[in-house]
Every structure is written in C-alpha cells, then in structure tokens.
Design a protein around this ligand. Structure first.
Ligand code: ZN
Ligand code: ZN
Length: 213
C-alpha cells in the first residue's frame, strides 16, 4: 500500500500577474520545491496563468506540479478558484452569486480566502451560496478568527483549507494541504478538493485542524 504524502499550496501569487507580489512565478516554484511541497496553484488577482508559462514550468520542474487558478474579489471577499481555465473569469466586476453559479456549471472549485481579513463579518452571502471550502490558515487569515471559521465550515458542511497566500518566496511552506496522491490535472485537483480528500498542514506548527467533511 502506498503512503504518499503530497503537499499542495492552493494560493500562490507571482509578480508577472499580481502587482502586490515580489517574486516571479519561477522564483515561487523554486521556493516551493525547496520547502518540500509537491505542487502549487497560481492564484493571481483576476488573472489566469498564461498556458505557455504553465507548460514550460511544468516541463522544467517535473515531477513538481504547477496548476492554474485565479483569485477573484467579489462583493468585498476574495475567492480562490481552480479547475477552470475560462477567460470569462478575468473580470473585476463579478457578483458573488453569478460567480458561484458559473463555477457550479463548469465543475470548478471555489474557496473563500482569508475570511475576516478585511471585515468583522463575511460580506458575501456564503450561507445561500456556500463555497466548497474556507481558508482557516494563511499568512493573511487572522489567527483569532480560527474558532469562528471552524464553526462556519461545520455549519455549511464545507472543508477547511490551509494555504500560504505567498506574495514572497519565504512564505512558501508555511501552510499547505495534504493529499494521498498528486492529481494528474486541474480537473482532478478540483474533484479531489470538492470531495474533501485532503487535510490541512503547516510548516510552522501542529495547527490541530481536521477536516471531517
Ligand atoms: Zn495580492
Ligand atoms: Zn491571494
């Protein structure tokens, strides 16, 4: 029986597409490899990863794996998405309900990133339109919010995620998600995430977060 532990960070930025990031995509990949991760997802703000760059990085850093995703701000909250490579996503004016419908129709994965970073309340209507997961740990999720995030995940029956939200290389390895196997493509990654087939992990400490979904 194989007992692989695959570490994937689903929330990483690159300076090619995110003004707030200080490292290129290649620098982030190298930092992720050095931190012992097996894969990352690039989630730049309102920008999908260029397919040529994705292919090139995957060819040069195999078996390390780079997936394409995006981070979208909708109604005051940030959402990370993967499993979708549709240019319609690259829009700064998404209404959250419309984005949620779009992701459902196209079989993508959608998670609420760093809840309570900007507001005391969650600004988007996640009770009516539940994301597939919620980011309990990241370098931008307030640690004091963890109990409330756990409660929200339990009440909505959604998974907890841990990601770096790395805008700089030294953040890689801080938080990640642990899978039994490396998904072969973006659609398989989205399917594994939606099925809750992972656990939260951290390079910092034992964070004591367990998915029960
Ligand atoms: Zn950013
Ligand atoms: Zn981000």
């Amino acid at each position: 029986m194989k007992s692989h532990t695959i570490k994937i960070d689903l929330h990483v930025h690159s300076s090619e597409r995110s003004n707030c990031a200080v490292a290129t995509a290649e620098e982030q990949v190298r930092a992720a490899v050095a931190a012992g991760l097996d894969a990352i997802v690039f989630t730049d703000h309102h920008r999908l990863v260029d397919a040529n760059q994705l292919n090139d990085l995957n060819a040069r850093y195999a078996p390390f794996r780079i997936f394409g995703g995006i981070e979208i701000t909708a109604q005051g909250e940030d959402f990370i998405l993967c499993g979708l490579n549709d240019a319609a996503l690259e829009n700064r004016a998404w209404n959250y309900a419309d984005l949620w419908q779009f992701v459902q129709q196209k079989n993508g994965f959608l998670a609420l990133a760093h809840p309570f970073r900007y507001h005391q309340q969650i600004a988007a209507d996640i009770a009516r339109f539940p994301p597939h997961a919620i980011e309990i740990c990241s370098t931008n999720t307030p640690p004091r919010a963890a109990p409330e995030i756990q409660e929200i995940a339990a009440s909505l029956k959604i998974s907890l995620l841990c990601n770096s939200d790395a805008h700089a290389p030294e953040r890689l390895g801080s938080y990640y998600n642990i899978f039994d196997e490396l998904p072969p493509d973006d659609a398989s990654l989205a399917a594994a995430l939606k099925a809750g087939r992972f656990q939260c992990g951290s390079g910092f400490k034992n964070i004591g977060v367990k998915n029960t979904a």
